[in-house]
Design a protein around this ligand. Structure first.
Ligand SMILES: Cc1cc2nc3c(=O)[nH]c(=O)nc-3n(C[C@H](O)[C@H](O)[C@H](O)COP(=O)(O)OP(=O)(O)OC[C@H]3O[C@@H](n4cnc5c(N)ncnc54)[C@H](O)[C@@H]3O)c2cc1C
Length: 492
């Protein structure tokens, strides 16, 4: 448990003697940096995965020296400059405050913690369904303890909408949803940080460049500084996806990637979906298109919310959030309609495919494009005049345009089919003025090879959260953090 400091550190590492990876390794001294510090556990990324790893380590083994390295800012410094007035578009900050910093991509999210194995990731395939649900319940308890008390838990159990959906060829997935809301979610993060800050060492604005294997553990390199630990938990989320690929290549960890979801964010008057959102808050509804057999699903529903932009590695896409504070609510509800695209060999770059489509919309619209459903059906672009005439006021200032110039026909057909199917359970969905923002892309990190402990082939190196490709949600990412923390605690 001793913390060591060293300046101008030279350490001994083993490297391959020649480029053909000869068996004969030679030992060399490598200059590592100007500053070094040792920890028991290093966590890379302070999103829900990283935060809950740290939290659980503090609970189980408070004597361990834990460090968290985060590329983005501390919570109170996270501030997206888009104010809708002076700055209307993404200005490509060096560190995107929406995606990075304490709280990760979830900090300004709607704070919907879905307690389910039906969506949000495949954690249950690694750790078992019961354990996954137990951990999600455990996270829910922590959220309540740190400021979420009084927030509502919605459930699909026993709802009449399940039958209504099936009668219209739609499928409502089972879940309980704790809706913290963007504001309460922030308070919970503030309180969890206040609890952790003296027990764990946080390094903000400190992106980790490299992870290396050293005798007895791992070293992480941040600029000129090097830190070492016995255990390393990598939890870099979506914004760290490219970096994660590189680390897996460097450390020879197998990965696979074959899925991307592409679609639009739908915005309509809140009363169109009120009967569903009042009871369920978020309804995950799936439809299978008749022509292609593709699955189209609703995703990230934000009653009385706002559409926002998301910047992933410089690519601008649509997203949404909502507040539980009535004063901050809007008159609109938004949700994504996404079409899942699975690719088979030899194509491997599913995210690259999604990025290319998002780039097309960025090229035509300078960011996100907005189109009225009526204009799309008539085969004409929306222009500022038509958007202004609509009976709905857009919550995001996007560029009026034509989504049929951006989205492949197969995807667009699927979205249009689903809008008509939804119109049967929520009449008004297929109205002329329904707004479609494009594109929304759900990138899936490549899936990293880990075992049931979420441990890679390298002992004590764990890869968790959205960065592992196993989780895609706040609850699953958080649960994965607790899971590995308990595994580390058991090894002590
Ligand atoms: C606008 C928005 C709304 C959302 N709403 C919801 C919702 O309501 N419900 C839901 O379940 N999910 C939601 N999500 C998804 C959810 O936020 C993610 O699934 C979740 O945050 C994943 O947690 P994570 O810890 O794995 O990764 P992240 O939250 O992405 O955190 C990873 C962290 O690692 C840091 N990092 C990356 N690379 C490095 C590096 N090299 N060195 C150091 N740090 C690094 C990043 O800066 C980031 O802070 C939303 C996402 C967005 C963007």
């Amino acid at each position: 448990m001793m913390v060591e400091y060293a300046y101008m550190l030279m350490i001994c590492v083993s490297i391959s003697a020649n480029s053909k990876q000869s068996a004969a390794n030679k030992t060399v001294f490598v200059f590592l940096g100007e500053y070094s510090m040792n920890f028991d556990v290093i966590i890379i990324g302070a999103g829900p995965g990283g935060i809950f790893s740290a939290y659980e380590l503090v609970q189980r083994k408070p004597q361990l020296k834990v460090a968290v390295f985060e590329a983005g800012h501390a919570l109170h410094k996270r501030n997206c400059p888009i104010d809708g007035e002076k700055i209307k578009e993404c200005v490509h900050c060096k560190s995107c405050s929406i995606m990075s910093g304490f709280g990760g991509a979830g900090a300004f999210s709607d704070g919907k913690y879905n307690i389910t194995n039906d969506f949000g990731g495949t954690l249950h395939e690694y750790i078992g369904k019961k354990r996954a649900l137990d951990l999600m319940q455990y996270i829910d308890g922590i959220n309540l303890k740190y400021g979420g008390e009084g927030t509502k838990l919605y459930s699909t159990a026993g709802t009449k909408f399940k039958t209504l959906c099936i009668q219209n060829d739609l499928h409502l997935l089972d879940a309980s949803v704790r809706h913290l809301g963007t504001d309460v979610n922030y308070v919970v993060l503030e309180n969890v940080y206040a609890y952790l800050k003296d027990k764990v060492q946080f390094f903000f604005d400190t992106p980790v460049q490299k992870v290396g294997i050293v005798d007895g553990g791992y070293q992480v390199v941040c600029g000129d500084d090097v830190y070492q630990s016995k255990y390393c938990i990598v939890s870099v989320g979506r914004s760290g996806s490219k970096w994660m690929e590189k680390i897996c290549r460097d450390l020879d960890i197998k990965t696979k990637s074959n899925r991307v979801d592409i679609g639009v964010r739908v915005e309509l008057p809140a009363n169109v979906f009120a009967h569903l959102t009042d009871e369920l808050y978020e309804s995950k509804i799936v439809y299978r298109t008749q022509k292609y057999g593709d699955k189209v699903r609703t995703f990230c529903m934000n009653p009385k919310g706002a559409v926002v932009v998301e910047n992933t590695n410089g690519i601008i896409t649509a997203n949404g959030h909502s507040y539980s504070d009535p004063a901050k609510q809007t008159e609109n509800t938004n949700f994504a309609l996404l079409v899942a695209q699975h690719f088979s060999e030899p194509f491997k770059d599913s995210n690259g495919y999604g990025e290319s489509i998002a780039r097309l919309s960025n090229m035509l619209g300078g960011g996100v494009i907005v189109q009225r459903f009526g204009d799309l059906i008539r085969g004409r672009r929306s222009n500022p005049h038509r958007i202004k005439q609509a009976f709905i006021t857009p919550t995001l200032s996007a560029t009026p345009g034509d989504l049929s110039l951006v989205l492949p026909k197969r995807i667009l057909d699927g979205i249009i089919d689903m809008i008509y199917a939804l119109d049967k359970v929520a009449p008004g969905t297929a109205n002329e003025d329904t707004l479609l923002y494009g594109v929304e892309v759900k990138f899936y990190n490549m899936e990293v090879e880990v075992d049931q402990n979420l441990e890679s082939k390298h002992k004590n190196l764990y890869i968790i959260g959205d960065g592992s490709g196993i989780t895609h949600s706040l609850s699953h990412a958080s649960a994965s953090g607790v899971h590995v923390a308990r595994n580390i605690a058991e090894k002590q």
